[in-house]
Design a protein around this ligand. Structure first.
Ligand code: AMP
Length: 654
């Protein structure tokens, strides 16, 4: 416990990075994608160019990856193997293997308990958090308490029960995004900027960074989503504008809501204030719709579906679809055949009813705009541009509420709500690896801390060392003194939050300095330093002034987060899962080729001997697959090669 020392504050200059231009032009869709083996990749980009660095918007529902192309002077949003520019943040575990992205999402209704989604709501949180407890009730997959109150997800993978931390599942989504980029760029990608909601706290940021490391990425920066969106919006225009512009970013996605106010002048983006809710988004609107339908089903048929994971998952899919339709129609229906115990469910829902169900959540969004402007000490008339990003801004009522709040001022709809964040992150990534483009090098970014940070002092009070909305990176010092006679140790407990009482704030970590020379209270003085890096990750150090005794902690590592050894183990596990995926893909290729050969053999133009040879080879390959479940990838590829060599025509087509 500490007492107040002299009012001693000391700051260190905040930094910023140079950044560059942005073109809104979209790339044409690339040729269909094929899966490449690692050895087929070029290890780096072609000679003379920098190894690419990607920007990843790791969303609750969907993720998006983008890259700055120096030779075209623009950002490209990278389509996945299905040609989609966004990829579901979903992982499904099956008897055969692991599915990621679209393939995983397609299986969620059939395999609900092993399909993990919305993991961003879990990452960096404790199992006992009320939000985790509430979410768990609605998720079809199982979550249990792991060591140090960390949640673990339980699934059945290849017939065996497995438990994963949220970081591991997130890393699987990142592996998918990395693969999407590598297939498109034709080289191995290591460097990445990953975005997080501006309102993410220290442990959520650190956990996201760890997920990137487990996925084999070098996470150059954890970047705030609204800042990335602001760059995507304003990079080309504002860098040329000589007047300072105030831009408000309203970012309502699948699971989180952020609102940030930035000032932009000559390519310098400075965050003035940021606020939000890490548990407010499209998933919450879906929850309320699901809840509405569950009640209706109960009323009509006196049956409660809440204990049935498959029914809940199927209902949720139908509700999310209905929600999307209600953004363009005023009425739709929610229909699920055989929802529960053989009973079909069908109901009509109007846009007005949907808005009524979500009234409180929608209003909360406008309250948070007010809070952000209040923090920035600014009137709404001072906002030059309002930019809407995130999938949920398609809801007409949300657009109307924002427009009404700004007295009829129309929000900017020029940027793509699903792609803006990845777009901005790609520019930041290009800047960090030093792409040669002059504009990319020039831009400057200054982010802020979303929450106040401080220590516990007498009477369980919160002594703020870093007030919220302080620009980062930053290093601030505050002086403290002992508050009892002959005190020989002090405990520094670090909290984040806005309450004056620590019990309402979030404990980030604590440490003690022992062996202090006994002295009357108030004589021993300490300096406590809060050092926040550009990712928003905090290190706290304390020094006894008289003796020079010093202690330091990287807060997030003390907060029940992963140790270096645990991360290393997860990296090894991730490599194992990747190898399993590749084996699975190779098996599917072999099976596909064999089946194709069988059907080609039926062509009446072929001679009887040719037909027989084709059928025999195909049957042999299928039999080999059936008897060699544990075959290694090399053996499967050997079979594949043999088949292709015997029938080169097949080879050409595949
Ligand atoms: P994001 O996290 O930004 O990708 O946003 C995903 C969220 O946007 C999900 O909850 C989607 O259901 C929601 N969403 C996407 N399209 C629409 C739409 N047309 N109307 C309402 N919500 C939508």
């Amino acid at each position: 416990m500490l007492g107040w020392g002299e009012e001693e504050w000391e700051g260190v200059d905040t930094g910023g990075e140079a950044m560059g231009p942005w073109l809104k032009e979209r790339p044409s869709l690339p040729k269909p994608l094929t899966f490449l083996q690692e050895e087929e990749f070029r290890p780096m980009a072609s000679k003379g160019t920098k190894a690419p660095a990607i920007g990843i918007d790791l969303g609750t529902t969907y993720s998006c990856v983008a890259v700055w192309q120096d030779n075209h002077n623009r950002v490209e949003i990278i389509p996945n193997d299905q040609g989609n520019r966004i990829t579901p943040s979903c992982v499904t575990f099956t008897e055969e293997g692991r599915l990621l992205g679209d393939a995983a999402k397609n299986k969620t209704d059939m395999n609900p308990t092993n399909s993990v989604f919305a993991i961003k709501r879990l990452i960096g949180r404790r199992y006992s958090d009320s939000s985790v407890q509430n979410d768990m009730k609605l998720w079809p997959f199982k979550v249990v308490a792991g060591p140090k109150d960390r949640p673990k997800i339980v699934v059945n993978y290849r017939g065996i029960e497995k438990q994963f931390y949220a970081e591991e599942i997130s890393s699987m989504v990142l592996v998918k995004m990395k693969e999407v980029a590598e297939t498109y760029l034709g080289c191995i990608v290591k460097n990445a900027v990953i975005t997080v909601p501006a309102y993410f706290n220290d442990s959520q940021r650190q956990a996201t960074k760890n997920a990137g490391t487990i996925a084999g990425l070098n996470v150059m920066r954890i970047m705030d989503e609204p800042t990335a969106a602001a760059i995507a919006y304003g990079f080309d225009k504002i860098t040329k504008d000589s007047k300072k512009k105030r831009v408000l970013i309203f970012d309502l996605g699948g699971g989180t809501f952020d609102v940030s106010l930035l000032s932009v002048l000559h390519g310098k983006f400075v965050v003035q204030a940021t606020t939000g809710d890490t548990h407010l988004g499209g998933e919450d609107f879906d929850d309320l719709l699901v809840d509405h339908c569950v009640k209706e089903f109960k009323k009509k048929y006196n049956k409660d579906i809440t204990g049935n994971a498959k029914s809940l998952r199927r209902l949720r899919t139908a509700c999310e679809r209905a929600k999307r339709i209600l953004s363009s129609s005023v009425m739709t229906s929610i229909d699920v055949d055989y929802l529960y115990e053989g009973v079909d469910f069908s109901t009509r829902i109007s846009r007005a009813r949907f808005e009524e169900l979500n009234k409180e959540l929608f209003t909360r969004c406008t309250h948070l705009i007010e809070k952000c402007l209040g923090d920035a000490k600014m009137d709404k008339t001072g906002v030059d541009v309002v930019v809407l990003v995130g999938g949920s801004i398609r809801i007409p009522k949300i657009q109307q509420l924002v427009q009404d709040f700004f007295d009829g001022k129309k929000p900017c709809k020029e940027i793509h709500p699903d792609e803006a964040v990845a777009h901005g992150a790609a520019i930041q990534a290009a800047n960090l690896i030093g792409q040669r483009d002059k504009e990319v090098q020039k831009l400057v970014l200054v982010d802020v801390t979303p929450l106040s940070l401080g220590v516990d002092t007498v009477d369980e009070g919160m002594s703020v060392v870093v007030p919220r909305n302080t620009p980062i990176p930053t290093k601030l010092k505050r002086g403290f003194e002992t508050n009892i006679d002959n005190q020989t140790s002090v405990r520094i407990a670090v909290y984040e939050g806005e309450s004056a009482e620590i019990k309402y704030n979030n404990l980030l970590g604590e440490f003690e300095i022992d062996g202090i020379d006994p002295a009357p209270k108030g004589v021993t003085k300490l300096d406590v330093w809060f050092d926040i890096d550009a990712d928003g990750i905090l290190t706290v150090s304390a020094k006894v002034k008289s003796s020079g005794q010093k202690k330091e902690i990287v807060i997030s590592k003390q907060n029940g987060e992963l140790t270096a050894a645990e991360i290393q183990k997860m990296i090894e596990d991730a490599a194992h899962y990747k190898a399993e995926d590749e084996k699975h893909k190779a098996r599917i290729s072999l099976e596909y080729l064999a089946e194709k050969l069988k059907s080609m053999a039926l062509d009446s133009a072929r001679s009887a001997s040719e037909m027989k040879s084709m059928e025999d080879k195909a049957e042999n390959a299928i039999a080999w697959l059936e008897t060699n479940h544990l075959a290694e990838i090399g053996e499967i590829n050997k079979q594949l090669k043999e088949l292709k060599t015997s029938f080169p025509a097949l080879c050409e087509e595949n």
